[in-house]
Design a binder for this molecule. Structure first.
Ligand SMILES: [Zn+2]
Ligand SMILES: [Zn+2]
Length: 274
């Protein structure tokens, strides 16, 4: 430990000769009592960090049992609330805009209907009508009913441009996000993601995988038939590269020439993932 004969302890107003330093703050010279105090302070600080960890752990436990409470779920809830509010506001404004037109239009239909009605009554009173009059009156009545609900001069239409922003799940591409990840790490990450995929999606990918495995087996058979030698050099590498395309779950059972060293090699060989 450092000692100094011509300096005081670095703690304010302390006149005791320093006897020691701390590895974490080596520029500060401590006397014995202040060094102990410093250690006690650090201990208290670390305790606080431990407390914070525990607190966070409790929060995570709650989330594990109730993932609906995750912040992203709250984002969706917020989007839902805001979108509904936006729609309601737009509906309210549209009603206010359309109302004067409707108010003005209804009496115009009423006037026409009143005049038709008067004509029909008059014809009845006068006994002055024939089949075609009834037909024409019926037609006019139908026309007035139709235009009441669908005025010829104005209407309410939907704008095809997006009024509410659509939300969707965005998953980062693993290679783009962390280009330095090893094949092993990527496999781990993919495994984690796979666990969370819905059954429908899993089925789709399993079908694709089955097709690829079949292709692989055909190619492997051809390769073996040709004596396992396709070109002068690099045959083993070619075979290995081909094998590395098999999904991890299948490679153990189907790989007859399994060589345990291969797995470790492939973890470090970025090139083989393609
Ligand atoms: Zn220190
Ligand atoms: Zn001191």
């Amino acid at each position: 430990m450092t000692t100094s004969t011509n300096r005081y302890c670095c703690i304010k107003d302390c006149k005791i000769r320093p006897t020691t330093t701390c590895l974490g703050c080596s520029e500060v010279l401590y006397c014995g009592p202040h060094h102990k105090q410093h250690r006690d302070d650090l201990h208290a600080e670390l305790l606080q960090v431990a407390d914070n960890c525990n607190q966070f752990l409790e929060e995570i436990k709650v989330l594990i049992h109730n993932p609906q409470k995750h912040a992203l779920m709250k984002n969706i809830d917020e989007w839902e609330t805001q979108s509904i509010a936006k729609i309601r506001q737009m509906a309210k404004e549209s009603r206010e805009e359309v109302l004067p037109y409707v108010k003005n239009f209804i009496p115009r239909v009423e006037t026409k209907l009143a005049s038709l009605n008067a004509e029909v009554r008059q014809n009845l009173d006068d006994c002055d009508f024939m089949d075609t009059d009834i037909e024409n009156s019926t037609k006019e009545l139908q026309r007035l009913k139709a235009i009441l609900n669908d005025p010829p001069d104005f209407t309410v239409q939907q704008d095809p441009t997006e009024f509410i922003n659509k939300i969707y799940l965005k998953v980062e591409d693993i290679k783009k996000k962390s280009p330095s990840l090893s094949v092993g790490d990527i496999a781990k990450e993919i495994g984690l993601r796979w666990k969370n995929v819905s059954d429908d999606v899993k089925k789709r990918y399993e079908q694709k995988a089955a097709v690829e495995i079949q292709k692989y087996e055909v190619r492997l058979a051809e390769y073996k038939k040709s004596g396992g030698v396709s070109s002068a050099r690099g045959d083993k590498a070619a075979a290995k590269a081909s094998e590395s395309k098999i999904p991890a779950s299948k490679s153990k059972s189907s790989d007859e020439n399994s060589d345990d060293d291969d797995d470790e090699d492939s973890d470090e060989d970025e090139g083989r993932i393609n």
